[in-house]
Design a binder for this molecule. Sequence first.
Ligand code: ZN
Length: 355
Amino acid sequence: MALKPGVVSGKEYVELVEACKEGGYALAAVNCIGTDSVNAVMEAAARNNSDVIIQFSNGGAQFYAGQGMEDGFQAKVLGAVSAAQHVHLLAEHYGICAVLHTDHANRKLVPWVDALVDHSEAYYEAHGRPLYSSHMLDLSEESIDDNLTECARMLERMAKLDMSLEIELGITGGEEDGVGHDIEEGADSSHLYTQPEDVLKAYDLLTPLGHFSVAASFGNVHGVYKPGNVQLRPEILKNSQALVNEVHNVGEKALNLVFHGGSGSEKDKIAEAISYGVFKMNIDTDTQFAFANGVGKYVEEHMKAFIHQIDPDDGTPYKKYYDPRKWLRAGEQSFVARLDEAFKDLGSVGRTLAK
Ligand SMILES: [Zn+2]
């Protein structure tokens, strides 16, 4: 199977998801906040011959537009549009397939997603494809029926534009950009594990409407915390697939599953989750740290250049050290190196469908 390099959506996106599940690998879905992180993701994908998912949280999109923009809602919408246009222009030149996606949107952020779908409508009219490949709705705080009713409404809108919807069932622990849940030590953690019956309910309702994926909770947590609070139980994913197959006879991996909170997870649990049909693993915390770590090391090594333009003792000019291209590049390189590791863990190295 070969796809044109660049942003994929619709049938091409479905092909990419199926290739992952059939080939037993997953795509890294990397949270980005600006051109530095977006370009680092494309660089890492290109040098690993891996396809990749570039995603923006509402805060990441806002940062892309600029923290100084007065209207925060407008910044969240326009930042996401601007970021997508950047990727549409450049991804094909990196020679890989890129999926454009937005991360968690709870009830408060549904208008953000609707506004982005409006932009995809206009883009579709002009270019015959949507601006974003997919969006996520995370209404996991609500009852299963309220959650799915809203997801169905959104998917009906998006399917007309060849877009896919990611939904969340059960609760991913921790917090991602103000959307999420604190983990209480010793508290009842049953809500951190998705019920296969709920997944079946989603499958029944959404399958006739369009393409969708499920972020199911199996003890996964956003961020990197002290281990031992919750246990990863990937067999929940297996049980969900089995229930759907038992009822509909659609094969062992009919569901498109998403692994949130992948940072800091045990490698064997990642491999197990992929074997049950996970095609996408989100990574944010570990790449955030990698970027900061790269910059931090650079600053430490060239401390004087961050305090003096010219050395007060011997007059050495420091321009070539404080040039932001130098220290931002150090952050990018560290970010790329962390993604080399992620692609390896996910088995996507050398698997690009781009030809
Ligand atoms: Zn998440």
